[in-house]
Design a protein around this ligand. Structure first.
Ligand SMILES: [Zn+2]
Ligand SMILES: [Zn+2]
Length: 81
C-alpha cells in the first residue's frame, strides 16, 4: 500500500514529496533538506491512504483490516468481511 500525501495548503495530492534545500540564510552547505509539497513547497502536508476497496482517498480515519488492507468507513460498513 502506497501512502499518498495531501497538502493542507493547496490540497494537492502527491506520492513523493519534493525535497528542497533550506539554507536558513547560510551561503555554504550543508543545507538542511526538507520535504515539501511539489506544487506550493509547503511543509504542511499529511499522509493519507487510498481505500483498498473503492480507491478514494481516506481523509479521516481509515479502518485497518486483519489482512493489513485499509478501507474507508463507507466500504467497511458496506462490505461484510
Ligand atoms: Zn501544496
Ligand atoms: Zn472505500
Amino acid at each position: 500500500m502506497i501512502p499518498i500525501y495531501k497538502c493542507l495548503d493547496c490540497e494537492n495530492e502527491f506520492e513523493t514529496p519534493k525535497t528542497i534545500e533550506e539554507s536558513h540564510g547560510f551561503t555554504t552547505p550543508p543545507y538542511e533538506m526538507i520535504a515539501t509539497c511539489p506544487l506550493c513547497n509547503s511543509e504542511n502536508y499529511k499522509e493519507t491512504y487510498k481505500c483498498d476497496q473503492c480507491g478514494v482517498y481516506i481523509d479521516s480515519d481509515y479502518i485497518q483490516l486483519l489482512d493489513g488492507s485499509r478501507v474507508c468507513e463507507n466500504c467497511y460498513n458496506k462490505v461484510d468481511f
